[in-house]
Design a protein around this ligand. Structure first.
Ligand code: CTP
Length: 446
């Protein structure tokens, strides 16, 4: 019996896939189809696959062409599969010509002509292309512009910025400048906001009133009441208002959170997060840097994220201690906040004018989770125990500092009207409350 194997993602199964499977089947007597897992696809750079693994497996099954379906989960698996299943022929479409020649050592390799004019990527972008506008300072938005290129079904078309955008950038990203914010809103489906936070409230309110979805850099506002109003307004108008903290969407961070909640380190007793960076202050100097590029606004939300996500937002007490700049009393060079819970405690340390080790430590009754600096760009973490033999290390690929998945999560929230993996409302509100207290001088200074 001649055994044939082929692999693919098979997202939104189309005519091209079916033709490929038919011809693969004709090459032998028994066809095995390897469907790639979501994680494996992310690592290969395939992003925004619309259907779940189960749905894609079901779709391949429904063609009736596969004698057996397997899941492709790791690099190098093809060699294992070929040996384990006793495969005679490996086949894929001609878009992969040459790529799998290394398998010739194990079986025959056949590249079949790809069907012209159809692909999952194309269907994905046609299906749901979201027109996204941007408001913000050029420095902040560049990474989002770059990352949007990797996200199917999302197009950034218009930009509103106080900065002058270089012509070559406009051309490269196919962008038009729109100085009139109202006009910009009228021509897009959604908006990404990266202005100073004191402007957020008005900008967001206008967008929601016009029924536009909003992705906004954190903190969403500087006052809790304003944030509450906006969240309620978004619900009323049926639009998504999502907070943008890119670390939340990094693969490793999401896994760490899940793992921590399963109790691998026992009961969590302390969460300690430090985020510092001197670069901006060094480059711009204290005069040019704005009040809102201070430590609490720039780093506070990221540092508070694991605290509120792991211990909740109902702390009993908090203490804010800041070192303020001599020249600007709203600019904290360094802030340390401690939170006391009923049976746990947490600290965050944030600095734009003080440097420290940017690590995250989650301490529990059985062990601790350690994320080395810079933890907010997490791609690796360790679970450590008293007995080092039990320690475990976890590695994940970090693509685009999490921004890529942030954009995908935003798209999914809009399309499915669910907040999969998004930041919960109570966390958003708790972050704003801390920042409001900071500005209301509910802090000690050193
Ligand atoms: N394939 C094909 N003809 C097409 C599209 C895909 O023969 N028009 C083949 C691929 O070469 C591969 C298999 O179908 O052997 C599964 O492809 P997959 O990567 O899942 O589909 P694409 O449509 O190419 O997906 P994408 O656009 O996301 O790359």
């Amino acid at each position: 019996m001649k055994k044939v194997i082929t692999y693919g993602t098979y997202d939104l199964l189309h005519y091209g896939h079916i033709r490929l499977l038919e011809r693969a089947k004709e090459l032998g007597d028994y066809l095995i189809v390897g469907v790639t897992s979501d994680d494996f696809d992310k690592r290969r750079g395939k992003i925004n696959v619309q259907q779940s693994l189960i749905e894609r497996v079901q779709a391949v099954k429904s063609t009736g062409l596969a004698d057996e379906i397997i899941i492709e989960e790791y690099e190098g698996q093809k060699i294992d599969d070929i040996c384990n299943y006793g495969i005679d022929i490996f086949t894929v479409g001609s878009d992969w010509v040459g790529k799998f020649d290394y398998l010739k050592e194990y079986c025959e390799v056949i590249y079949l002509d790809r069907t012209e004019g159809v692909s999952s990527t194309e269907i994905r972008s046609k299906n749901r292309s979201l027109n996204l506008g941007i408001v913000g300072s050029f420095n902040f938005i560049q990474k989002h512009l770059n990352e949007s290129k990797y996200v199917n079904g999302l197009e950034i078309t218009k930009i509103n910025s106080e900065d002058k955008i270089p012509k070559h950038m406009l051309k490269e990203y196919n962008l038009t400048v729109e100085d009139d914010y109202d006009k910009l809103l009228d021509s897009v489906d959604a908006i990404y906001i990266a202005t100073n936070p004191d402007k957020h409230y008005e900008i967001i309110k206008k967008a929601i009133e016009k029924k536009k979805h909003v992705l906004c850099e954190s903190p969403i506002t500087l006052k809790k009441e304003e944030c509450k109003k906006l969240l309620a307004l978004a619900d009323k108008k049926g639009v998504v208002l999502m907070e943008a903290i890119k670390t939340n969407y990094a693969n490793a961070y999401m896994r760490l959170m899940l793992l921590a909640k399963t109790g691998v380190v026992g009961k969590i007793v302390s969460v300690d997060a430090t985020c510092t960076s001197l670069r901006q202050l060094e480059e711009l100097g204290e005069k040019k840097i704005t009040n809102y590029q201070n430590s609490i606004c720039a780093w506070g939300p990221t540092a508070m994220l694991p605290v509120f996500q792991l211990l909740g937002t109902k702390y009993k007490e908090k203490h804010i201690t800041s070192l303020l700049s001599d020249k600007n009393k709203n600019f904290d060079l360094f802030t340390k906040i401690s939170f006391d819970y009923k049976d746990a405690t947490a600290t965050i340390k944030v600095g734009k004018g003080v440097k420290s080790e940017g690590e995250l430590i989650i301490s529990g009754t059985k062990g601790y989770i350690y994320v080395p600096a810079p933890w907010w760009k997490i791609d690796y973490f360790e679970v450590r125990y008293e007995d080092p033999a039990k320690n475990r290390r976890y590695f994940y690929q970090l693509e685009g500092e999490g921004i890529r998945y942030e954009l995908i999560s935003f798209l999914r929230a809009i399309n499915k009207k669910t907040k999969v993996g998004g930041i919960k409302k109570d966390t958003t509100l708790a972050i704003v409350e801390v920042i409001e207290d900071f500005y209301n001088k509910k802090k000690n200074t050193i």
